[in-house]
Write a protein that binds this ligand. Sequence first.
Ligand SMILES: [Zn+2]
Length: 95
Amino acid sequence: MLKFDIREMATPGTVLEIDRQKFFLTALEPYTRKDGSASYIVHWEAECARCGEAFEDLTGLTGRFPRRRCETCRKVARGRITKRGKRVQIRVIPA
Ligand SMILES: [Zn+2]
């Protein structure tokens, strides 16, 4: 299982590539965790893997990867984009 961790590279302008789908880091929004420690909400901009429409998704610095489909497509098409057993290619292009 791939782990998402952008802590080292979290700068606006960083590009995350998942199977040739590009996610552009547009902004880091400071926020305070429940335990009081400081962290960031990461804003990503990408083109939907299904319809090509530009959409925004938010993630933490670690945890889950950004979503690959816009909100509309997420509602109509459930299921995984990546085929079972296929290895997902992840690449981070620093700003
Ligand atoms: Zn879409």
